[in-house]
Write a protein that binds this ligand. Structure first.
Ligand SMILES: Cc1ncc(C[n+]2csc(CCOP(=O)(O)OP(=O)(O)O)c2C)c(N)n1
Length: 675
């Protein structure tokens, strides 16, 4: 192997060797512990260490890295205390994830490492978000994301590289091409002759290098980093390497021809560099041996600390509390009074004082608008939201006022933009991602339910992201522009789900959602945008997340509902003045206002749960179950659900009427009244 030391001093070369050697020696020890059953799983990077070690050394310590399961050298390169890493792998509470995550699936803000989720590809777009934050702040920094060759077949790879190219983001994408994705060889993964060829297709530069040569990796990444910062562009680096062990230790290597092991053994990154240092007289074999002895001792010492880690005593309250980031006291200030900040502080789009006839859409717009004034670090992202103002014109005029860097048209790639939002959050930004229609969230679902939702519980990082979800039917828009999909998210711990039904709530919940440091799914019923109006204060105020609203009190039947259902219930009450109805608007579905539900049940003892979503698995089932469990003694009748038909949403307006829960509301209330 040819090494070009350029102007590296002997001391620097020795330091590089130590960086390369340390992960190798830790791994060798871990493999022993694995056999002894002291750790449960191990993804080996033996043979690939030069990549992690070289890339990490080429960066500043405060530049974010998004490593994967074979990148131990990233973690050691950032000087993470070994005993804490060992505790992590042993599943001790004092590890980096409080024993909630395995192997390398964790991060550390202190070390600017963002942990992977098992799905691999989602790591890439997070780097886009971090790089966007650097760009917006005018900082000369890069973000780095890793992928294997297998991971390049994921849509997330394509989306992340495309966004980085289109937005001119300083991101270095590293492909570790080790010939296999688990057992599948690269010729069954892609048809291009080399993966770096793809760079040209995205409009970015790329280079293929020997990933086993530590000096090549270090020198290349140093140069690429300068290029990315100077030109404000991304760069693709394909590092050719080989995985000397199985995908993980239990899966074996039978599928790899023996001759490949023999060939790549000759290219071992550690042994070759050691030989080079000995040959050039930089570090003799004896000196190398004494360095190894020192590292061995350090590993044993740190392991001894890890073995002394405190015993796991599960604490349910702590587990539940850590699912969400605490809402900071500053954000709570505005909750003290509904109208805490006068409009003069944060300008409003509404008329001076209180707009009497603001539409639902005006409430959403004003909440967003004032939040843009309140939070200079708030970035809006979505398809066609800039010049065009969004499919429903919610952000019309925003780009002109707040600039294109904060009101961003995105390529058509929901997953990458949600990942970008998480990356922004790592850098202290807030973001709002607009789904053009709630239906399209399905192609970004993974980032929401696995990354944004779980990250705080997994390693304490919050995802300060609001996802706007224009939802619902009633206008003959067919199966893919009409769905009610809130139940996809209420089932996911870590998310908050809000669903306003009035213009004033739309504004106050938008402000609350943006102030909240957690991921909030903000459902807005499209049918309400321009069909309902009401009083909306021009002040900057929050409607607290998790608080329901009693629409009206009554004695005969309670209707618990949200969104369009609130208006169906009010319409029913108007048509049936002789009946005394209690109507509860939940406003937030996650977390639920159980006290308000209890009060509403107690008022009548007859409960109807109404929603536009389909019946089976709809959120109404959860509410009904909770009432049955907790309020049984208050009930005079079974809890009845009124929901839409268990079919996709049909296009024809008559079919859709039949589909919607509204068409069965009268019968459902009638059924309850008979008890
Ligand atoms: C979305 C998804 N599908 C499947 C898997 C299972 N899986 C884990 S690693 C892996 C192979 C990854 O190959 P590559 O990206 O080349 O990385 P390597 O493991 O070779 O370093 C597979 C299929 C997964 N983790 N995520």
């Amino acid at each position: 192997m040819f090494y070009d030391r350029k102007n590296l001093t002997n001391e620097e070369l020795i330091a590089i060797y130590r960086r390369l050697l340390l992960p190798r020696m830790i791994e060798e020890k871990m493999l022993v512990l694995l056999r002894q059953g002291k750790i449960s799983k191990w993804f080996s990077g033996i043979g690939q260490e030069a990549i992690s070690a070289g890339v990490t050394m080429a960066l500043d310590q405060d530049e974010w890295m998004m490593p994967l399961h074979r990148n131990l050298g990233v973690f050691t390169g950032r000087n993470m205390p070994l005993h804490k890493l060992f505790m992590q792998w042993q599943g001790n509470k004092d590890g980096y994830s409080k024993a909630r995550e395995r192997s390398f699936h964790f991060g550390s803000r202190e070390h600017h490492i963002c942990g992977m989720i098992s799905h691999l590809g989602p790591q890439l777009a997070i780097a886009d978000g971090v790089a966007l934050a650097h760009k917006l702040k005018g900082e000369g920094k890069v973000a780095v994301a890793f992928t294997g060759d297998g991971g390049t077949s994921e849509g997330d790879f394509h989306e992340a590289l495309n966004v980085a190219a289109v937005w001119d983001l300083p991101v270095i994408f590293i492909i570790e091409n080790n010939g296999y994705g688990l057992s599948t060889p690269v010729n069954e993964q892609y048809r291009c002759s080399s993966l770096v060829e793809r760079a040209r297709g995205y409009g970015m530069e790329g280079v293929q290098i020997d990933g086993n040569n530590i000096l090549s990796v270090l020198d290349t990444i140093k140069g690429v980093r300068e290029y990315c910062i100077e030109n404000q562009k991304p760069y693709l680096v394909e590092c050719m390497t080989f995985r000397m062990r199985g995908h993980e230790e239990a899966s074996g290597t039978k599928y790899v021809p023996q001759h490949l092991f023999e060939e790549w053994k000759q290219k071992d990154p550690v042994e070759n560099f050691e030989a080079y240092l000995a040959f050039t007289g930089v570090l003799s074999r004896t000196e190398a041996d004494s360095m190894k002895a020192g590292i061995k001792e350090e590993i044993e010492r740190e392991l001894a600390i890890a073995y002394n880690a405190s015993e796991m005593i599960p604490d349910q309250a702590e587990e539940i509390a850590d699912v969400y980031a605490p809402v900071s006291p500053v954000e709570n200030l505005v909750k003290k009074g509904r109208f805490a900040e006068p409009a003069a502080v944060y300008p409003s789009l509404l008329a001076e004082g209180t707009a009497k006839e603001a539409r639902f859409i005006d409430g959403i717009r004003d909440g967003l608008y004032q939040s843009m004034h309140r939070h200079e670090n708030l970035v809006l992202m979505g398809q066609d939201i800039a010049e065009y103002g969004g499919a429903f014109k919610i952000t019309e005029g925003f780009m002109q006022e707040f600039g294109k860097s904060r009101v961003r048209n995105t390529p058509l790639c929901e997953s990458a933009i949600l990942g970008t939002a998480l990356g922004l959050s790592l850098q202290g930004f807030k973001s709002m991602v607009e789904m053009q229609f709630a239906d399209f969230v399905s192609v970004g679902l993974n980032q929401i339910v696995n990354n944004l939702a779980k990250i705080h519980y997994r390693w304490g990082q919050n995802a300060d992201v609001v996802v706007r979800m224009p939802t619902g039917g009633g206008v003959g828009a067919g199966p893919f522009h009409s769905q009610s999909n809130e139940a996809w998210f209420t089932h996911t711990p870590g998310l908050k789900v809000v669903y306003p039904s009035t213009p004033a709530d739309a504004k106050g919940l938008m402000i609350a959602a943006i102030n909240d440091p957690n991921p909030v799914m903000y459902f807005e019923h499209k049918g309400l945008y321009r069909s309902i109006s009401g009083e909306v204060p021009a002040n900057y105020y929050e409607i607290p997340i998790g608080k329901a609203r009693t629409v009206q009190e009554g004695d005969d039947v309670t209707i618990i509902t949200y969104g369009a259902g609130v208006h169906w219930a009010m319409d029913y009450a108007q048509r049936n003045p002789s009946q005394s109805l209690y109507i509860l608007d939940l406003r937030t579905l996650l977390p639920l206002d159980y006290d308000a539900i209890c009060e509403a049940v107690a008022a009548t003892g007859k409960v109807l749960v109404l929603h536009e979503d389909t019946l089976t698995g709809g959120f109404g089932g959860e509410i009904a179950a909770w009432i049955a469990e907790q309020c049984f003694s208050m009930l005079d009748a079974p809890v009845v659900r009124c929901a839409s038909l268990d079919t996709p949403v049909p296009f024809n307006i008559e079919l859709e009427k039949q589909f919607l829960a509204k068409s069965r509301l009268d019968a459902a209330v009638g059924k309850l009244l008979k008890y």
